[in-house]
Design a protein around this ligand. Structure first.
Ligand SMILES: NC(=O)c1ccc[n+]([C@@H]2O[C@H](COP(=O)([O-])OP(=O)(O)OC[C@H]3O[C@@H](n4cnc5c(N)ncnc54)[C@H](OP(=O)(O)O)[C@@H]3O)[C@@H](O)[C@H]2O)c1
Length: 361
């Protein structure tokens, strides 16, 4: 049997993503083969495409950090899954594909009635947001948090989950996304028009309890300056490295150096770095527990991920162009197999579902 998948032919712009037809993979011992229904496309995939993500295989390879699909074939020694079950998994690479083989132990069942595109958006964006809040920062109701890139995939997930536990939230992003941040219950700050440090001094004079920074570089120092005493800087991305086409790896290295310096700074404030892949390796149980909690929140309607668009697999390069142009609100999803979305267990919600909660005064 043949299948289609997208490969990165060499590192570079969206044009390096090409559809390839190959012989379908066979599941090895302990693996299941999954017919992929949906895979997420996010900023992390841009880093993968550009060769800026650590631990990548050599090109050519298939990108795709997360999948939802139907178990199609069991490999030897698989006992806990059955063919026909709908599962979700974090793959890091390989998801932009009609079929993928994944260790059975890495799969989590998707509850009936949950939309596949919404479920797939939980794996990277929402697990990251959940772990940033609950495993790393260990926030409490009433804490003040500052989120940079608050209208992005992880940012909107942080806002939704933060709202559930009554955090006081401030979110930076560009002008056209201020309404989205306010609708998700935070005070928006236009980072291109205002100095966010001054805005935080005005809005929360004693400083914030936690700042979540996905920008990196010198931005980390500015974020640090918004903290109250004993506050915490949580760094989890270096998107500023991509903005500067020259010396990008140098910039990644200097961000980590700066973070180490801040960690050692003897002023009572804390600085930590979070990586979903590292934490999953160290604490695999946490990843599964957190994903199950999020699937339950999705199934009972407590969270409503914003799906920016659902595109066919062959539009992978177009999805990356949209991300490169910063023209995306929420999660982009590729629908991979022709039967995607036709499962009877699935509820469909084709339009972006934004919760119109009033912004705090
Ligand atoms: N450590 C981990 O495990 C982990 C997991 C997931 C994601 N990440 C990282 O987290 C970051 C965000 O991912 P994402 O998927 O949420 O990206 P995204 O959907 O592209 O969102 C990023 C948002 O940040 C805004 N932005 C850019 N520069 C900014 C600045 N200086 N100040 C405030 N906002 C700014 C962008 O809007 P404009 O361009 O319009 O300004 C965009 O709305 C990426 O660096 C990604 O690699 C890390």
């Amino acid at each position: 049997m043949h299948y289609r998948h997208v490969v990165i032919t060499h590192h570079g712009g969206p044009g390096v993503l090409q559809i390839v037809v190959d012989e379908c993979p066979e599941p090895q011992v302990g693996e299941v083969r999954i017919r992929v229904l949906a895979t997420g496309v996010a900023f992390t995939d841009v880093l993968v495409r550009e060769g800026l993500y650590p631990g990548l295989p050599k090109v050519p390879f298939t990108p795709g950090y997360e999948i939802v699909g139907i178990v199609d074939q069991l490999g030897p020694e698989v006992e806990d899954l059955k063919t026909g079950q709908r599962v979700v998994a974090l793959t890091v690479v390989g998801g932009y594909s009609e079929f993928i083989c994944v260790p059975a132990a890495e799969c989590v069942l998707v509850p009936d009635g949950v939309d596949s595109a919404e479920a797939v958006s939980l794996v990277l964006q929402y697990v990251t947001a959940y772990q940033l809040l609950h495993r790393i920062a260990k926030v409490q109701a009433g804490n003040r948090i500052l989120i940079h890139g608050a209208a992005g995939g992880v940012g909107t997930a942080l806002l939704e989950l933060g709202h559930l536990i009554d955090l006081q939230m401030y979110g930076t992003d560009s002008a056209t996304k201020q309404d989205l941040i306010a609708n998700l219950g935070a005070v928006p700050i236009d980072y291109q028009q205002k100095d966010f440090r001054q805005e935080i001094r005005r809005l929360a004079p004693e400083g914030v309890d936690v700042v979540f920074d996905s920008i990196g570089g010198r931005h980390l120092l500015q974020s640090y300056q918004t903290l109250r005493s004993n506050g915490q800087l949580v760094s989890y991305g270096f998107s500023s490295a991509l903005a500067n086409q020259r010396g990008r790896l140098l910039k990644l290295g200097s961000s980590m150096g700066l973070l180490t310096l801040l960690k050692l700074w003897p002023d009572g404030q804390k600085a930590v770095f979070y990586s979903i892949a590292d934490l999953k390796q160290r604490q695999p149980d946490w990843f599964q527990e957190d994903l199950k909690i999020l699937l339950d929140l999705l199934a009972n309607g407590s969270i409503q991920p914003i799906i920016a668009d659902r595109l066919p697999l062959e539009d992978a390069a177009h999805a990356h162009e949209l991300l490169d142009q910063s023209d995306v609100r929420g999660q982009l999803v590729l629908l991979c197999s022709q039967a995607a979305g036709s499962d009877s267990s699935e509820r469909h919600s084709q339009s972006p579902s934004i919760d119109h909660r009033p912004a705090p005064g």
